[in-house]
Structure formats: structure tokens, C-alpha cells
Design a protein around this ligand. Structure first.
Ligand code: C5P
Length: 244
């Protein structure tokens, strides 16, 4: 399969069309951005690490019956994916209070939520990806009530599977962001990536609030040792992926 032309370049990935119309090639970059690209940098080896972690997790979720866009890995930082009509929504699932939930509600960092919180954000860089109420979501016709129901159910199911997986890696899945879209057959599938860029992961063995951070918050908050944390997550995910 040959990459034909650049379809889209995002903050963390470049997507190419291929000779097959329904198949795209996703190339994972080392570039890192935060706070709607106001902070820019690079995490050495991130492209390969995130592509490999996403591959293991997409394969795992497919085994559990979750449809994803993943088809095949073709190199350490490139994968073949189904072309999806991506919904302009970021679906965030939270198990523990962190990040914008703490900033916007005053909940203390680390508060364990009684049940997972599923939130929808408008995927729109120029507006800064704002949090949506369901009324705003319907006002903007971003999804129908049926779609919202289906997305919520899938997000909760994915949360159960990923939380279990990461628990076996001695990592707590604090929160994460998902993107969904429809394939050519009209099937709703999980797209994008699942990686330390899109998940908050805390080391179970570590109680120090900074040392336990194993995800992109190390870059966002200048905590140092970003590459080491990403490499350690990869090592644990690969060890667990090989088990099952
Ligand atoms: O910043 P906030 O607390 O809302 O992020 C919630 C989760 O969603 C975090 O795991 C973060 O990494 C992820 N996220 C993302 N891409 C965004 C916004 C949030 O991957 N554009």
C-alpha cells in the first residue's frame, strides 16, 4: 500500500490517502502541543511510542468487540486505518478529578468520582474546544439524541476495558479523550489514538502527586522526564499486551 497524498496534518499526526479509497495511513509525529497549541515542543520517540501503544490498545478493544479504525501497523510510527467521517466531538471520560474538571468545578485533584463522568467537547480549535451542554450539542446539530446515547454507552464500555487493562499495568486510568466516526458502511467506530497524549495515567505505586504522573501532563506542567514516562508506559503496555 502506497501513501498517495497528504490529507490532513494535525498537531500529533499526519494522515495520507492511499491507493485504496477507504483506507488511510496515519503517521504519528514526535511534535507535542498543549493548551490549544500555545505551548509547543517535541517528545523524542513519541511518534513510535504512541503508535505502538495505540496499536496494542485498539487490538485489545477489537477483541472485546469495540469497533475501531485500526487495520494494521506498517512501521513503528505508521498504521493503516479505515477512513472515518469523524464526528466533531471530543468525548472525555473521567474516573478521577484532574485537569479542567478541577479548574472548572473546584473539585480537589485526585477526587475519586462516584461514577465515571462522560463529557462532550466541541472539536473546534478556533473556539478552543469548549465543553458542550446537551442542549448546545443539539442546537449545533453535532449529533442526534440516539447518537449521544450510543457514544455514551461505547465510551463507558471502553472505559471499563481500558481501566482493567491499565490496572494490570499498575497504572490508574484517571481520564481520557476519545474520537468517533462512521466508516463507509455506516458503522460507528473509535478513531484517533489512545496514548499518554490522550490519557491521564498515574503510577499505582507512587503517592507523590508529581512523580506518579506518567502522561502528557509531564510536558504540560514542565515536570521533566517526559520521555522516560512515555517509555515506561510503553514497556508496561507491551508486557501486558503480550500476556493476553
Ligand atoms: O484538559 P482536560 O482535563 O479536559 O482533559 C481531559 C482528558 O482528555 C485528558 O486525559 C487529556 O489528555 C485529554 N484531552 C485530549 N485532547 C484534548 C483535550 C483533552 O487528549 N484536546
Amino acid at each position: 500500500m502506497v501513501a498517495r497524498s497528504l490529507l490532513y496534518e494535525g498537531k500529533a499526526k499526519i494522515v495520507y490517502t492511499t491507493t485504496e479509497p477507504e483506507i488511510l495511513l496515519a503517521h504519528f509525529k514526535d511534535d507535542a502541543t498543549a493548551f490549544n497549541a500555545q505551548k509547543r515542543g517535541s517528545i523524542v520517540g513519541k511518534g513510535e511510542i504512541n503508535c505502538t501503544i495505540s496499536t496494542v490498545l485498539f487490538q485489545y478493544l477489537e477483541k472485546q468487540g469495540i469497533p475501531t479504525h485500526w487495520l494494521e501497523s506498517i512501521s513503528a510510527n505508521q498504521m493503516r486505518v479505515r477512513r472515518l467521517q469523524i464526528l466533531p466531538l471530543e468525548v472525555v471520560v473521567r474516573n478521577i478529578a484532574a485537569g479542567s474538571l478541577c479548574q472548572q468545578t473546584g473539585l480537589p485533584l485526585g477526587t475519586v468520582l462516584k461514577q465515571p463522568l462522560v463529557e462532550f467537547y466541541y472539536k473546534n480549535d478556533s473556539l478552543g474546544d469548549p465543553l458542550l451542554t446537551s442542549d448546545r450539542l443539539f442546537l449545533l446539530e453535532l449529533a442526534t439524541p440516539e447518537q449521544v446515547n450510543q457514544l455514551q454507552q461505547m465510551a463507558r464500555q471502553i472505559n471499563r476495558y481500558l481501566s482493567e487493562f491499565f490496572q494490570r499495568c499498575d497504572l490508574t486510568l484517571v481520564d481520557f479523550k476519545l474520537e468517533f466516526g462512521y466508516d463507509a458502511q455506516g458503522q460507528l467506530r473509535l478513531g484517533d489514538e489512545i496514548s499518554p497524549d490522550t490519557c491521564r495515567l498515574w503510577d499505582v505505586a507512587e503517592t507523590d502527586t508529581n512523580r506518579r504522573v506518567m502522561d502528557k501532563d509531564r510536558f504540560r506542567r514542565d515536570l521533566g522526564n517526559v520521555e522516560t514516562a512515555y517509555q515506561e508506559v510503553l514497556r508496561r503496555v507491551l508486557a501486558q499486551g503480550n500476556e493476553g
